[in-house]
Design a protein around this ligand. Structure first.
Ligand code: NAD
Length: 436
C-alpha cells in the first residue's frame, strides 16, 4: 500500500522505515531539511537500535523515500501524522501547533477515500476537531495512537503488543479500520489484539497508558521516600510486592524517576485537558505523581552534597549518563541531565559521559563538560553518580576498575542498578535511592 508519514522524528522515522520493511511503499515527510537529508542518505538522524538497518534496506528496495514537500503525500492511501506535541512554553497543556499545521498542509493533497491516521499523542477531543477539517475532502480521519518504547522502537512498531484504531461511527469508520488492518497485516495475521473504538477512546487509551506507567514509577519512588526515613530497602520491597501477579515487578525500579519526550509532558497535558473538561479532580493525583518524580532528582543531588558534608563546591563529579534512559540518545526532559545541571549549579566541576547522548546533551546544556570515553570521564573523580542505567555502567564497570581511575570513593546509584555489596567491598561509600 502507498503510505505517507508526516513528521520523521523518533516516532515517524521509525514508523516510515518499519512500514517499508513490511512491504509498503512509503514517503516520509518532515519540515526539517537536515533530518530529511540525513534520512535520504540512509543515515538515521538519531540513535535507535535497528533503525539504521531497516532504513538502509528500505531505501535500497526503492520502497522508502523522504521529502520536505507535502505534495509528495499525494497518492498515498494512508497518511500517518507523527509530528510533535510538546508541552506549551507557558503552561502544562499540549502544544498542537505542529499537528494543526501538518493537517492543514496535508488537506490540499488528500483524495476521496484516503485515510488520515493520527499517531501523535493528543489531548482527548483533538481528533474530533481535526475530523471537521479533513472530512470535506472525502478522506477519513482516524486515531491510531503509538505505544513504542524508545530503545525498542523498531521491534515495537513491527510487532506491537496491541493496535488501537479510533474511527468514526458507521460504514466509513469500518472501512477505515479495514484499511488499517491491511496496513498492519503481519500483526493482524498473528492475531495481535486490534481494538477498534471511537476517536475519544483511542486518544484517551494513550494518555491513560502513560499516566498508569508514570503512576507506577512514582508509587515505588514514594515508597523509596518512606524507606529512606525508616532504613528499609525499596528494592527488596519492590521484589516482594512484584511477585504478586496483580502488581508485577516491571516499572517498579526506584531511582531518579521518569523523563523523556513523553511521560512528563503527557501527564501534564492530561491534567490540563481534564481541567478544561471540568474534571481536574479526577486526575488530580497526576500532579502528585509529577511532584514525587521531580523530588527524586533533588534527592539524588542531596545524596552527593551530603556525602561531602554539605558542599560540592569545586568537587570533581562524574555523571554517568545523559539520556533519559538507556538504548536511546534522547535527552528531552532527562532526569540524568537535570541532576548534572543542578550539581553544576552548586559549583561542582561536572563531567558527563554517555555512550550515545552527548551530542544532544551538549546542544541543550553547553555549560557542562562532556567526555566521550567512560574511563577518561572517571579519572580524578571525587564522586561518581550513575543516572542512566546503560550496561557500560551497570554491568561493565567493575568497582576495582573505577578505583584505579577515581580519586574519591563516593558512588551514588541514581538508578539502583549497581551491586551495592561489591562497591562497598571495594572500599566505596555507596548510596542508593531508597536503600540503606
Ligand atoms: P520528535 O520531535 O522527535 O519528532 C517530531 C517531528 O515532527 C520533527 O522531526 C519535526 O520536524 C516534525 N514536524 C513538526 N511540524 C511538522 C509539520 N508541520 N510537517 C511535517 N513535520 C513536522 O517527536 P517524537 O518523539 O517523534 O513524537 C511525535 C509524537 O509521537 C508526539 O505526539 C509524541 O508524544 C508521540 N509519541 C512519541 C513516542 C516516543 O517514544 N518518542 C512514543 C509514542 C508517541
Amino acid at each position: 500500500m502507498r503510505l505517507s508519514v508526516i513528521g520523521c522524528g523518533y516516532l515517524g522515522a521509525v514508523h516510515a522505515a518499519a512500514m517499508a520493511s513490511i512491504g509498503h511503499e512509503v514517503v516520509g515527510i518532515d519540515v526539517d531539511e537536515r533530518k530529511i537529508a540525513s534520512l535520504s542518505r540512509g543515515e538515521a538522524p538519531f540513535f535507535e537500535p535497528g533503525l539504521q538497518e531497516i532504513l538502509s534496506e528500505g531505501l535500497a528496495s526503492g520502497r522508502l523515500r523522504f521529502s520536505t514537500d507535502m505534495a509528495d503525500a499525494a497518492g498515498a492511501k494512508v497518511h500517518f501524522i507523527g509530528v510533535g506535541t510538546p508541552q506549551k512554553k507557558d503552561g502544562d497543556a499540549a502544544d498542537l501547533t505542529y499537528v494543526n499545521a501538518a493537517v492543514d498542509a496535508l488537506i490540499p493533497h488528500l483524495a476521496d477515500g484516503d485515510v488520515v491516521a493520527g499517531k501523535s499523542t493528543v489531548p482527548v477531543g483533538t481528533a474530533a476537531t481535526l475530523a471537521e477539517r479533513v472530512t470535506p475532502t472525502g478522506a477519513t480521519l482516524v486515531w491510531n495512537p503509538e505505544f513504542l518504547r524508545e530503545g525498542w522502537a523498531v521491534q515495537d512498531t513491527i510487532d506491537p503488543d496491541r493496535l488501537v484504531a479510533g474511527v468514526p461511527a458507521g460504514a466509513e469508520g469500518e472501512r477505515a479500520a479495514d484499511v488499517l488492518r491491511e496496513v498492519y497485516h503481519p500483526s493482524v495475521a498473528k492475531n495481535t489484539p486490534f481494538i477498534v473504538t471511537d476517536l475519544a477512546t483511542a486518544e484517551l487509551v494513550k494518555v491513560a497508558a502513560n499516566a498508569f506507567l508514570a503512576t507506577k514509577i512514582s508509587f515505588i519512588n514514594a515508597m523509596a521516600e518512606i524507606a529512606e526515613v525508616t532504613g528499609a530497602d525499596v528494592t527488596t520491597l519492590a521484589d516482594a510486592i512484584g511477585h504478586d501477579a496483580r502488581i508485577g515487578r516491571r516499572f517498579l525500579g526506584a531511582g531518579i524517576g521518569f523523563g523523556g519526550g513523553c511521560l512528563p509532558k503527557d501527564i501534564r497535558a492530561f491534567s490540563a485537558r481534564a481541567e478544561e473538561l471540568g474534571r481536574g479532580e479526577s486526575v488530580a493525583f497526576l500532579r502528585e505523581i509529577d511532584a514525587i518524580n521531580m523530588r527524586r532528582r533533588d534527592r539524588a543531588v542531596d545524596l552527593v552534597v551530603s556525602a561531602f558534608g554539605g558542599s560540592v563546591f569545586k568537587k570533581n563529579i562524574t555523571v554517568l549518563g545523559a539520556a533519559f534512559k538507556p538504548h536511546s540518545d534522547d535527552t528531552r526532559d532527562s532526569p540524568a541531565l537535570d541532576v548534572a545541571v543542578r550539581l553544576h549549579g552548586l559549583g561542582a566541576w561536572v563531567t558527563v559521559t554517555d555512550p550515545e547522548a552527548i551530542e544532544n546533551a551538549r546542544r541543550i546544556h553547553p555549560q557542562l563538560n562532556y567526555v566521550e570515553d567512560r574511563d577518561e570521564a572517571l579519572r580524578a573523580a571525587d564522586a561518581v553518580i550513575v543516572v542512566t542505567e546503560w550496561d557500560e555502567y551497570r554491568r561493565q564497570l567493575a568497582p576495582e576498575h573505577a578505583s584505579s581511575l577515581a580519586t574519591g570513593r563516593v558512588i551514588v546509584d541514581g538508578r539502583n542498578c549497581l551491586d551495592a555489596a561489591a562497591w562497598r567491598a571495594a572500599g566505596w561509600d555507596y548510596y542508593g535511592m531508597g536503600r540503606p
